[in-house]
Design a protein around this ligand. Structure first.
Ligand SMILES: NC(=O)c1ccc[n+]([C@@H]2O[C@H](COP(=O)([O-])OP(=O)(O)OC[C@H]3O[C@@H](n4cnc5c(N)ncnc54)[C@H](OP(=O)(O)O)[C@@H]3O)[C@@H](O)[C@H]2O)c1
Length: 310
């Protein structure tokens, strides 16, 4: 059974102008642009400059030039940082956002992509509805000519004991954490071009247990299984499929379920005794998107500052 939101039925698609409006340095940092610092990208006086250290000589072709990426759940936070990071490497980006009311945030993401010199298209919709997933992939092909990189980042969370979970609560999590992933992977298997990349955002809870997270962890657990199985299915096309498994990240997604004390407790579990930041995660996605990662395939990569290991 699925939960339907009548506001989400019709996906909207919008190509965003490549003329970025000015953005202050503060705005950029608040919106996730700081994620680029780990990629050899610097924020300079309100603008961004790609450093030449990370990827060859000045003027050399960017590693993802000519590539097209889809990033789901990218209105802000990790998804936004992934969009910006991939754009810095040269990819054009299809930016998915969920609720119509968050369009302004999605536009901020597109501004970061444009700042990096890449093109952006916005697609809105609930990805628990297969029509919207197909629309996402159709848009990438129609606007940019194909699909090379898919970041399945959208997800939902509710922390409470399983005994208190309603069917509607379960559907809300299952709809995106599991069903939407299946829809997206099925499209990706048909449409991602040879040599492509599929990166799925899982959770470090795979390596541990936390009270109240049974249904969240349960609905996210398929991310790992799909990853390793689909990797085998797509190997002939040299498409790699990997799962990143972040620990607690300092975003509203995490804080919405925690209080000050429990957030502080989670912080203390990392080796540096802090929460992760989106800027800790984006460089791994960048690496997995580039040709150098070809031999990393079917893996779950824990990225959590030592929070949990296995
Ligand atoms: N933050 C953490 O501590 C943490 C740790 C490990 C893994 N993760 C994973 O990282 C991913 C990104 O998390 P984040 O912290 O960056 O938070 P976030 O920005 O809230 O990301 C979740 C995204 O998924 C979208 N979404 C929710 N339901 C959807 C649906 N039915 N269809 C399409 N999109 C939907 C949300 O859109 P709306 O807001 O409009 O609903 C949001 O943009 C998630 O998959 C999460 O499970 C997070």
């Amino acid at each position: 059974m699925s939960v339907k939101n009548k506001n989400q039925k019709q996906p909207s698609t919008e190509t965003v102008s490549n003329e970025p409006p000015p953005m202050s340095r503060r705005d950029m940092l608040a919106s996730g642009a700081s994620a680029l610092s780990g990629l050899g990208v610097m924020a300079v006086g309100g603008g961004m400059m790609a450093s030449t250290e990370a990827f060859g000589k000045a003027g050399s072709k960017k590693p993802l030039s000519g590539k097209v990426a889809i990033v789901t759940g990218a209105r802000a936070n990790m998804g936004r940082a992934f969009c910006a990071a991939l754009a810095e490497l040269g990819a054009n980006v299809v930016i998915h956002y969920h609720r119509k009311s968050t369009k302004k945030q999605a536009l901020e993401t597109s501004r970061l992509v444009q700042k990096a010199g890449a093109k952006a298209v916005l697609v809105q919709g609930d990805l628990g509805d297969v029509k919207n997933v197909k629309k996402l992939y159709d848009t990438a092909e129609k606007k940019f000519g194909g699909i090379d990189i898919v970041i399945n980042n959208a997800g939902a969370i509710i922390k409470k004991p399983i005994a208190q979970f309603t069917d509607a609560d379960f559907d809300k999590l299952d709809r995106v954490n599991n069903r939407a992933l299946f829809y997206s992977l099925r499209e990706a298997a048909k449409r991602v071009r040879p040599g492509g990349r599929i990166i799925n955002n899982g959770t470090s809870l795979l390596a541990g247990a936390a009270p109240g997270y049974s249904v969240y962890a349960g609905t996210k657990a398929p991310v790992e299984e799909y990853t390793r199985m689909v990797a085998k299915e797509l190997g002939d096309k040299k498409i790699t499929v990997n799962c990143i498994a972040p620990g607690p990240i300092d975003t509203p997604f995490f804080h919405s379920q925690e209080n000050k004390n429990s957030a502080a407790y989670a912080s203390r579990l990392s080796a540096e005794k802090r929460l992760g930041k989106v800027s800790d995660i984006a460089p791994l996605v960048s690496f997995l998107a580039t040709p150098e990662s070809q031999w990393v395939n079917g893996q779950t990569l824990f990225i959590n500052g030592g929070y949990l290991t296995r």
